[in-house]
Write a protein that binds this ligand. Structure first.
Ligand SMILES: NC(=O)c1ccc[n+]([C@@H]2O[C@H](COP(=O)([O-])OP(=O)(O)OC[C@H]3O[C@@H](n4cnc5c(N)ncnc54)[C@H](O)[C@@H]3O)[C@@H](O)[C@H]2O)c1
Length: 264
């Protein structure tokens, strides 16, 4: 979808990190933006900046009734939403699945994957009816191939789930002129690594993880906007060095299809 044709964007997790960068980038292009976020303090800080045409709603993306109300209020203020960026997410590191608190699994899959579905549920049918719109869900490079660095299996499962959800959505929406993308960043310098600390039992120290500085949101946002404009399905950023891991997975699949033994 041409960025110039977007009138109103709804961005979850928009009060911090990647979501905030996207909201700022869109607002700078004259687009009205509703940012939805769980964290009232971060939301208040953003709104205090007084950026033109940004409004905020405090909500939990797991809460389906909140989505219905937020959509109604947002569209009453700024008109139909033609870009949804489902980006709210929480991370998990350090616990192997065998040791993981089951509530941590529910929480992370609930926020990351169910949150993305709830956004689709709230907005996709209207976009299809209008014959225009674009839906981006933030997955991760770990949604394309599992990493070897201690990122939690609950997080990885949620991000693989977002890729699958989006692949189906792309097929369903394509005949109706609605674009679908998955944003797959590598490690970014945002608050994401600290967020699990707000939720008990999601995180413990993993040697080396998070020690690198990470990609910059201000470098990712132009890639995101260009990907929406070009209707790219995969929007990859700051993880080009992860290609060997994704290639290893693709080759293992290829060998299995060809009746091969274990990938060496
Ligand atoms: N930072 C990274 O290295 C990285 C890499 C790949 C993918 N991602 C993904 O990017 C997205 C954004 O993460 P970020 O790095 O900008 O982190 P961040 O913590 O800076 O931003 C995430 C925002 O989501 C909000 N949020 C959390 N739970 C919520 C809920 N239940 N309902 C509504 N809002 C909620 C938080 O309050 C926060 O403002 C996430 O989906 C994350 O998994 C991050």
């Amino acid at each position: 979808m041409k960025i110039a044709d977007i009138k109103h964007a709804f961005v979850t997790g928009g009060a911090s990190g990647i979501g905030l960068g996207a909201a700022r980038g869109l607002a700078a292009r004259g687009i009205a933006v509703t940012i939805a976020d769980f964290n009232p303090d971060a939301l208040a800080d953003v709104l205090a900046e007084g950026i033109a045409k940004i409004r905020g709603v405090q909500m939990d993306v797991r809460d389906r009734a909140a989505w219905v109300k937020a959509k109604g209020d947002a569209e009453a203020a700024f008109g139909p939403v033609d870009l949804l960026i489902s980006n709210a997410g929480i991370a998990s590191v350090g616990y192997e699945l065998a040791d993981m608190d089951p509530e941590s699994f529910d929480r992370i899959v609930g926020v990351n994957l169910f949150g993305a579905f709830n956004g689709i549920s709230a907005f996709a049918a209207d976009m299809r009816g209008r014959g225009r719109g674009h839906i981006v869900s933030t997955a991760s490079i770990v949604g394309l191939a599992s990493p070897k660095n201690g990122v939690g299996g609950n997080y990885v499962a949620s991000k693989f789930g977002i890729v699958g959800l989006s692949e189906v959505l792309r097929l369903e929406m394509a005949p109706h002129g609605v674009g679908v993308s998955v944003l797959c960043p590598g490690y970014m310098a945002t608050g994401n690594g600290r967020n699990p600390i707000r939720f008990a039992n999601d995180s413990r120290k993993v040697a080396g993880l998070g020690d690198s500085p990470g990609g910059r949101v201000e470098d990712l946002v132009p890639r995101l906007l260009a990907g929406i404009e070009a209707d790219d399905f995969y929007i990859i950023s700051h993880c080009e060095h992860e290609w060997p891991n994704v290639e290893r997975r693709s080759k293992e699949l290829e060998m299995a299809f060809n009746g091969g033994d274990k990938y060496k």
